[in-house]
Write a protein that binds this ligand. Structure first.
Ligand code: PLP
Length: 484
């Protein structure tokens, strides 16, 4: 608007039409704390002309809203680009919606929640502006480049067209009952697990058994992603093995990786807790190979490309309604991992593609999460009702994993109890642990596991970024391919 009006002397109306037709807004999160707002005083100081234009845009916009619902002052307050409560600030998401011809979420649930919750007024005011474009990943990086043995195995059976048309992977479904192919997929996985084990030995000095189930949670460390729920399960498993030393449990290696934002105290503490739990578990002689815990430092795309081909279980355990889409979930499935996940983000669509029998869901869905919070959620109910959960939490509280600094994780315990457990870990714990037991059962039958792994890989066609980009081109950018 500034360039068109100030520099090229367009009148406001013509400049606005061009602006609106040019811009589109892809929302990437529902978490209100992640939606930017900028103080008016700061904007006044740094970009005074932009601020003036924002006020003008808001004036035109609110006039239209007034015509739409005359006299509804509460509505004007909610929809305004300027938040007038307290010291005034600019709601950048509102500005983006008003200034765009399309607004999209990045998975079906996320797009629906945008329309029904945080942007509900805008969806009613602008019918047809809100759409969904489910995220995707590039099969060139996340299979061809990162996992050569699996790529070559796939190509040996169905040719190479999958690299440019991922839907061709569906031809693998016919091979899911072929025991030779099941064994070949398992052999490739083992090869990748050995490769990862060698890196883990050299980088962090932990010796892994490549025949253990490789259970992976790699993503930014955040409370909503619930790495702590995974830790609570790890501790529960540690306790079970210690108290049943003669039982033949399915050996597990739980691998974490992820960075914390520098000022995010809880996320930093979770990284430290994982490392402390790893030290205790990995050095307990009664545990041996039955449980290993690994935290890979400095998570980045290169680390992801190393870990993902070796993963057998993909942990996608965010509180339902918080993960916009996720793409790690897609990368891991494409590489043959089975998912343990909540009905959140693109997990829902992955499950619909691969089939309910080939996907491990647990926990509350987004509606149940909203209802439980409305009713008044009390984490202590779960603490008192579940002895294994209570034991795991008490061990965190009492410094079992940091004997010379007993209070180190008090803050973690407090957040899940007195603090109200905002992301409902306690509510989902029992369902999660039971789901993990079903996973152990399946792992005892390698061919049944491999069959499900093949069915997962073969139904990943929809999650190619080629499909995603095609949808953006058709439905948002209105661009056509050049003929060549
Ligand atoms: C794919 C990827 C992510 C996103 O992971 P989610 O599990 O979807 O949060 C983050 N970081 C890196 C390095 C990735 O490759």
């Amino acid at each position: 608007m500034r360039i068109l009006v100030d520099k090229h002397n367009y009148d406001w109306h013509r400049a606005w039409t061009i602006t609106e037709r040019t811009f589109s807004y892809t929302n990437h999160t529902l978490l209100p704390e992640a939606l930017e707002t900028w103080p008016v005083w700061l904007m006044q100081k740094v970009l005074p002309r932009h601020l003036q234009i924002i006020f003008d845009i808001n004036h035109h916009f609110l006039r239209q809203v007034t015509h739409w619902r005359p006299g509804d002052h509460e509505l004007l307050r909610r929809m305004s680009i300027i938040d007038e409560s307290g010291s005034r600030s600019i709601r950048m998401a509102h500005l983006a919606i008003v200034g765009s011809h399309k607004v999209n979420g990045v998975a079906e649930l996320h797009s629906r929640l945008l329309q029904e919750t945080i942007f509900r007024d805008f969806h009613e005011f602008y019918p047809g502006k809100f759409i969904n474009v489910t995220n995707g990943i590039t099969p060139r990086r996340w299979l061809n480049q990162s996992n050569p043995p699996l790529s070559q195995l796939v190509s040996s059976r169905i040719g190479e067209q999958w690299k440019k048309d991922l839907s061709r992977l569906k031809e693998l479904a016919d091979l899911s009952d072929d025991t030779d192919f099941q064994d070949a997929v398992a052999a490739v996985k083992l090869e990748n697990k050995i490769r990862l084990s060698n890196v883990v030995r050299n980088q962090i000095g932990i010796e892994l058994n490549p025949h253990a189930l490789f259970d992976v949670q790699i993503k930014r460390i955040h409370e909503y992603k619930r790495q702590l729920l995974n830790v609570l399960h790890v501790i529960t498993r540690y306790n079970y093995i210690r108290h049943h030393p003669d039982e033949n449990v399915v050996p597990r290696t739980v691998i974490f990786s992820g960075k914390a934002a520098p000022a995010y105290r809880m996320a930093k503490l979770v990284i430290r807790l994982i490392n402390d739990v790893a030290d205790i578990v990995n050095n307990n002689p009664c545990i041996g190979d039955k449980l290993k815990v690994v935290f890979m430092p400095n998570y980045d795309v290169s680390t992801a490309q190393l870990i993902i081909p070796a993963a057998e279980l993909s942990q996608q355990i965010s509180t339902a309604g918080t993960e916009a889409s996720g793409t790690g979930n897609m990368k891991l499935t494409l590489n043959g991992a089975l998912t343990i996940g909540t009905l959140d983000g693109a997990n829902i669509e992955i499950r619909a593609e691969v089939g309910d029998d080939n996907f491990f869901i647990f926990g509350l869905n987004a509606e149940q999460v909203m209802t439980l919070r409305q009713q008044g959620y009390n984490p202590w109910d779960y603490y008192h009702a579940d002895a294994e959960l209570r034991r795991a939490l008490d061990m965190i509280r009492d410094g079992h994993f940091c004997p010379d600094d007993c209070d180190r994780y008090r803050y973690v315990y407090d957040a899940l109890t007195h603090g109200g457990d905002h992301y409902l870990l306690m509510a989902d714990f029992r369902s999660y642990v039971e789901c993990q037991q079903h996973i152990d059962e399946l792992y005892k039958s390698p061919r049944a596991w491999s069959r499900k792994s093949i069915l997962n890989i073969s139904h990943m066609g929809r999650f190619s970024s080629d499909r995603t980009i095609q949808e953006y081109a058709n439905r948002i950018w209105n661009v056509k391919p050049v003929s060549r």
